[in-house]
Design a protein around this ligand. Structure first.
Ligand code: UD1
Ligand code: CA
Length: 452
């Protein structure tokens, strides 16, 4: 049989009771993206057809699947009667398809594309079923792979149905399986539910296949690649594995991380070469850092772009729409939202820049605030190239500061300022010569009089 295009069936209909959540289990996130999206993303790399099995009334799960793979086929499993029953819910897709079938669990989000390729290679070697297994020091909860004296896979035993001897087996079932059999749905329909949970276990396909002369092979991968998420504790564990893995990938691509274990990345974080990340930086979704930028400690970013050679932090917050050009400097306690900063612009201390456009080389003094919101509308602040905004200024939007203009410190600017002008809006300074000395004398006399 030719391998051809593969059909991926992702099982996502389980109840996820152990999460104790009102959110369906497979929509819980790792690195800011649902587990389901992780699995579908990996499967899509193989370029095959996709089917997703969901529980009834789980529009959110179906919508998430279609967001990632718009032409995925969605199947409903009427009642949650086990993994074999779930796979059979996709029967129309199984019957229509003639090539290999790979079954993935949406609660096993870290599986890697190269491991899936190894499963297909096992099929090429003549196995009808290829099971992805792993060795675990703590196998409790997983199904065990039972190997015969000749080294062939005989059966998979679920923990609840296992004898004491079988429980001692350290080789576990990841749940991921590949099939190259003439009639998969026919094979699945032979599976019964005489077991501890009265469920139709997909794992029984191995023993049933063996009776029919179908050989099952085992491909062993790293435990970390196939963590199954049933609880919040395991969710956190998977997050840690994903983070560690991705940090290493990035360092291999030329990113310096001084304390990698303190940097938190998102599924879509993009960081260029020779970027230096100091400790304790958090990347929310949608962040790109271009080559050679330096990120100082304790920053929080989401939906932001940081240009080449820029320097950001410590303690900077970049929110969605922050777009920093090359060599921009953003310093401590500066918050930027929906604001573009041109090449070399600087805002080094204690500022809020929201809904703005800052020209190249402009300097935003300490404590400057873009007053962008009046409780109803958000308005724009536009600052021309090379303008200088004095410290502690409030720019009340909508407002435009011309190219090269100066704003005197402490001003509240409500009207546009022409290019090259100086604008000040504060009361003129009033000086009273000798006042302080007279004041001190008067006050000390008064105190002395009170003591008597
Ligand atoms: C399953 C395996 C076990 C394996 C473990 C790996 C079976 C019988 N057991 O156990 O051998 O070691 O995964 O993590 O296959 N699902 C449905 N419909 C159902 C039941 C489950 O769609 O009726 C989906 C779930 O959404 C989930 C996956 O199938 O994505 C696995 O289900 P789960 O109940 O978590 O199985 P485990 O008990 O973890
Ligand atoms: Ca599971």
């Amino acid at each position: 049989m030719s391998a051809g295009l593969c059909l991926y069936v992702v099982l996502a209909a389980g109840k996820g009771t152990r999460m104790k959540s009102s959110l369906p289990k497979v929509l819980h996130s790792i690195a800011g993206q649902s587990m389901l999206a992780h699995v579908l993303g990996t499967a899509s790399l193989g370029g095959g057809k996709m089917a997703v099995v969901v529980a009834p009334d789980s529009e959110a799960v179906a919508a998430e699947a279609l967001r990632i793979v718009p032409d995925a086929k969605i199947f409903e499993q009427a009642t949650q009667r086990g993994t074999a029953d779930a796979l059979l819910a996709a029967k129309p897709a199984l019957q229509e398809h003639t090539g290999d079938v790979i079954v993935l669990f949406a609660d096993t989000p870290l599986v890697r594309p190269d491991v899936l390729a190894e499963l297909r290679a096992a099929l090429d070697d003549g196995a009808g079923i290829a099971v992805l297994g792993f060795r675990s020091k703590n196998p409790t909860g997983y199904g065990r792979l039972l190997i015969d004296d000749g080294g062939a896979l005989m059966a998979i035993r679920e923990e609840r149905d296992a004898s004491d001897a079988e429980k001692k087996v350290g080789l576990c079932n990841s749940g991921v399986m590949a099939f190259r059999v003439p009639d998969l749905s026919g094979l699945l329909s032979r599976i019964g539910c005489a077991n501890a949970k009265n469920e139709y276990y997909l794992t029984d396909v191995v023993a049933i296949g063996r009776e029919l002369g179908i050989r099952a092979a085992v491909v062993v991968c790293d435990e970390d690649d196939v963590l199954g998420i049933n609880t919040r504790e395991q969710l956190a564990q998977a997050e840690a594995v994903w983070q560690a893995r991705t940090r290493v990938d990035m360092m291999r691509e030329g990113v310096t991380m001084i304390a990698p274990e303190t940097v938190w990345l998102s599924f879509d974080t993009k960081i260029g070469r020779d970027v230096i990340l100091e400790p304790n930086v958090i990347f929310g979704p949608g962040v790109t850092v271009e080559a050679g930028a330096r990120i100082l400690g304790f920053c929080h970013f989401e939906g932001a772009t940081i240009g080449t050679g820029a320097r950001v932090g410590p303690f900077a917050r970049l929110r969605p729409g922050a777009d920093l050009g090359a060599d921009v400097h953003i310093g401590n306690f500066v918050e930027v939202k929906k604001t573009t900063l041109g090449t070399g612009a600087k805002a080094n201390h204690l500022s809020y820049l929201g809904d703005g456009n800052v020209g190249a080389g402009a300097n935003i003094g300490a404590g400057t605030i873009f007053c962008n919101y009046d409780g109803f509308n958000k308005e724009k602040t536009v600052i021309g190239e090379g303008a200088f905004i004095g410290s502690n200024s409030s720019l009340v939007a909508p407002v435009t500061i011309g190219k090269g203009a100066y704003i005197g410190s402490g001003s509240v600017i409500t009207k546009d300022v022409n290019p090259g002008a100086l604008a000040l809006s504060r009361s003129a300074q009033d000086e009273r010569p000798g006042w302080a000395d007279k004041f001190r004398i008067m006050m000390s006399r008064r105190k002395a009089a009170q003591k008597k």
